[in-house]
Design a binder for this molecule. Structure first.
Ligand SMILES: [Ca+2]
Length: 384
């Protein structure tokens, strides 16, 4: 009887354990997760949680992090994961749909000038919104002297496709990736900033060598066009070129190396279909457009991207890491120059909004949840 009872209890506890395993993906995951990958076991630890849909992360020179929350908050997270109160000076944002406080970047001269850049959906008249970029000096409790240095033209209705990553090129120019706000054709119109990557000086002025400077009816900030919703951008550590990842429609997520003045095809061509199933011509039907160097159907939903340059995680050096939303993965691409030669999906069990390499060589990933986390990924045999 006792044996039988304990047997049943054991069965019950096994069932409970099985049930909790099944439930785990919905709950996020345990404090320490071990993930088997092609290059060995990766340990993912929760460094911080309680962040409301964190979107962008930038390391300060002292190893702390600036992290945005989509609802409009910017916080400093210390090395132990403790979050500050929301910093002052953040511009008002429209927190709706995909809009809100989005990316954060440090000025290349941050050590001297303390300047921090934010991208966000800025409110306009009549409920309209558009992506904007502001900068201010990081002081004791927030940003001082905040100025808007760029505004996407025009502001439109709706809460989709704001972009918007911020990356500085080695020459100090700032790239801002801008979605087409779910407006389709304006991505081809050089008189509007929808569906464009723009290149500006750090103070928001236009570099004289931008491709459309001085051309009638074309906005001088535009670097490349025909983009849909680019949420990933990074500078290649060796070539200094901009790489960019964007959401396709139903299928057709893209990785591009955007060149000055080139047209990346949206919405005329795509490797995907419209949401209603209507076909879109494939990119090779329009050889005058530049095509992606990689594309995904079904989609991965690429958000932040980063080139991994450290030896800390064996086998990852030189790879491109992509934070995947619907794929709930970090997508690791092995590159040969500007070709993608291999891909691995590292399953994270939750939507990944951004991936950033830390000064310690660990990979820091933001999870897209109301109880959003900063995950710290290391090789499982590393000492910390
Ligand atoms: Ca394209």
């Amino acid at each position: 009887m006792t044996a039988n009872f304990s047997f049943h209890r054991r069965i019950a506890s096994c069932l409970l354990a099985a049930a909790s395993l099944i439930l785990l993906p919905q709950q996020g995951f345990a404090k320490d997760m071990m993930i088997d990958t092609k290059q060995g076991t990766i340990r993912a630890q929760i460094l911080a949680d309680g962040l409301d849909h964190p979107w962008g992360l930038a390391f300060l020179p002292d190893g702390r992090m600036l992290v945005t929350e989509k609802a409009g908050r910017l916080r400093i997270i210390d090395k132990d994961g403790k979050a500050s109160q929301p910093l002052k000076g953040v511009p008002k944002v429209v927190d709706a749909g995909q809009g809100g406080l989005l990316d954060v970047a440090l000025d290349p001269g941050f050590a001297e000038n303390s300047l921090v850049y934010l991208s966000y959906s800025e409110p306009g008249d009549g409920g309209k919104a558009g992506t904007a970029v502001a900068r201010g000096k990081l002081g004791a409790d927030g940003l001082d002297g905040v100025q808007v240095i760029f505004r996407q033209y025009p502001k439109v209705d709706g809460g989709n496709h704001f972009g918007s990553r911020l990356v500085f090129a080695p020459d100090g120019k700032l790239f801002v990736t801008l979605g087409e706000r779910f407006q389709f054709d304006p991505a081809q119109d050089l008189a509007r900033h929808l569906g464009k990557i723009v290149r500006i000086n750090a103070d928001g002025s236009v570099p004289a060598d931008n491709p459309f400077v001085g051309q009638e009816g074309k906005l001088p900030e535009v670097w490349s066009y025909g983009h849909r919703n680019p949420q990933g951008a990074a500078i290649h550590p060796e070539t200094g070129k901009l790489w960019e990842a964007e959401f396709g429609p139903r299928g057709g997520d893209e990785l591009n190396i955007p060149q000055a003045g080139k047209n990346y095809g949206w919405p005329v061509v795509s490797w995907g279909k419209h949401y209603d199933g209507t076909d879109i011509p494939d990119p090779p039907t329009h050889p005058e457009f530049a095509d992606a160097i990689a594309h995904w159907t079904p989609v991965i939903s690429p958000s932040g991207i980063t080139f991994y340059t450290s030896d800390a995680i064996p086998g990852w050096k030189g790879n491109l890491l992509i934070g995947g939303l619907s794929s709930e993965a970090i997508v690791r691409l092995t590159l040969d120059g500007e070709k993608v030669v291999a891909e691995e999906r590292i399953p994270m069990g939750t939507r990944i909004r951004d991936v950033v390499q830390g000064p310690d060589g660990a990979v820091y990933a933001l999870t897209d949840e109301s109880n959003g986390k900063i995950l710290r990924l290391t090789a499982s045999n590393s000492r910390s």
